[in-house]
Design a binder for this molecule. Structure first.
Ligand SMILES: [Zn+2]
Length: 142
């Protein structure tokens, strides 16, 4: 799944759980596993995907900043988002030669990593981002 999808759901999870931090971290990492199982479309399957990764990452950072700004549980939201998206960092480290192989379970065979055609695989991620935003925006600031 895309960085923005992971960070959005993680931010919503953190906002929803609030505390303790260790539970947010465990559930955020678990959400990465679950999202990777859902059939989706990854842009890393296309040629020259690096520019899409930059757009995805910057959009994700902007989104979590927006979610935190509208949120009285900022730290929980931030930690949920970061720990949910963190496992995909290893893909970048491998791409640039800083890591030799994948370690996160959903990135290793035989873990059932979902995949689908482009339209449905993008739509499912847009829906997850929108639901995550909705959940987070319901939390009012003090
Ligand atoms: Zn992943």
């Amino acid at each position: 799944m895309w960085f923005i999808t992971h960070i959005a759901l993680g931010g919503a999870l953190g906002t929803w759980i609030k505390r303790p931090i260790w539970l947010i971290v465990i559930l955020a990492l678990s959400s990465h596993l679950l999202l990777d199982m859902i059939p989706h479309w990854d842009y890393t399957t296309i040629f020259r995907w690096e520019s899409l990764a930059i757009v995805d990452t910057l959009s994700g950072i902007l989104l979590i900043a927006l979610m935190m700004q509208r949120n009285r549980h900022r730290t929980a939201c931030f930690l949920g988002g970061i720990f949910s998206a963190l496992p995909d960092l290893e893909g970048l480290l491998i791409h640039y030669g800083y890591l030799s192989r994948y370690y996160f379970p959903s990135h290793i065979r035989p873990f059932p990593h979902g995949s689908s055609e482009m339209f449905g695989g993008i739509l499912v991620q847009v829906l997850i981002v929108l639901v995550s935003l909705f959940v987070t925006m319901r939390e009012k600031r003090d």
